[in-house]
Design a protein around this ligand. Structure first.
Ligand SMILES: [Fe+2]
Length: 227
């Protein structure tokens, strides 16, 4: 399984604070059946320029890399990029894609999106060599008009859902229906720390976990990107 959304890289954001904590989280991922982990620290445009963020990320990666065990899950560097006005035409956007891919994990504001935000999002989606993946898409469902979702999908925007969308009894039926319809391309734990939002693949009901593994919905998508 691929964990597409994590805050495991140490010292970057509100995720892991030390290499030791990162290593603990990676062991948990492995024990829970994850073989590929995408490292997606928050990129907040009001805190860092993309260049500063990437320099910080390199330092964190170098520190972690030195202590990785040989059998560590496969790791890919990425970012969870927060929306900012004009993002659709920002020249540095490509620097923030998941390493070796066109995938841009994008976090939108937790409020009803303005017309400007939607336009920016659609502009992002139409940028060559950018494949927008909306981070934890389910968190926006109740905030936006229903009609927006078919529009975003037909614009080629992909969706990432959190494990909790599948493990909560309140939302799991909707989650499975969406997965079966091909409306969710990636799953992520969105894990942060050892004692706060740890990897939670083991919270999936066995039937759903088995379904996710046996149907392998997400793997073909992964094969289509150049890693
Ligand atoms: Fe996140």
């Amino acid at each position: 399984m691929i964990d597409f959304h994590t805050h495991i890289l140490p010292g970057m954001d509100d995720g892991c604070k030390s290499v030791a904590e990162s290593l603990w989280m990676l062991r948990q991922e492995q024990q829970q059946g994850v073989d590929t982990v995408v490292l997606t620290p928050h990129y907040y445009p009001w805190e860092n320029s993309p260049e500063e963020f990437l320099a910080r990320r390199s330092r964190a990666w170098e520190a972690l890399k030195k202590q990785l065990p040989e059998d560590s899950p496969r790791l890919l560097l990425g970012a969870e990029v927060h929306y900012f006005e004009g993002i659709g035409s920002a020249p540095q956007l490509k620097m923030l894609r998941i390493f070796g891919t066109d995938l841009l994990l994008l976090e939108m504001p937790f409020a009803r999106w303005t017309q400007r935000m939607v336009e920016d999002l659609l502009e992002c989606a139409s940028t060559p060599n950018i494949q927008v993946v909306l981070a934890h898409a389910e968190r926006y469902f109740s905030l936006q008009p229903k009609a927006i979702w078919p529009r975003l999908r037909s614009s080629g925007i992909w969706m990432q859902s959190n494990v909790s969308f599948f493990s909560s009894w309140k939302t799991r039926y909707q989650a499975m229906r969406m997965l079966q319809r091909g409306e969710i391309q990636f799953l992520g734990s969105d894990c942060h720390r050892q004692h706060w939002r740890a990897p939670n693949w083991d919270t999936l009901p066995p039937k759903i976990a088995g379904n996710l593994q046996s149907t392998r919905h997400l793997e073909p998508v992964w094969e289509t990107v150049q890693v």
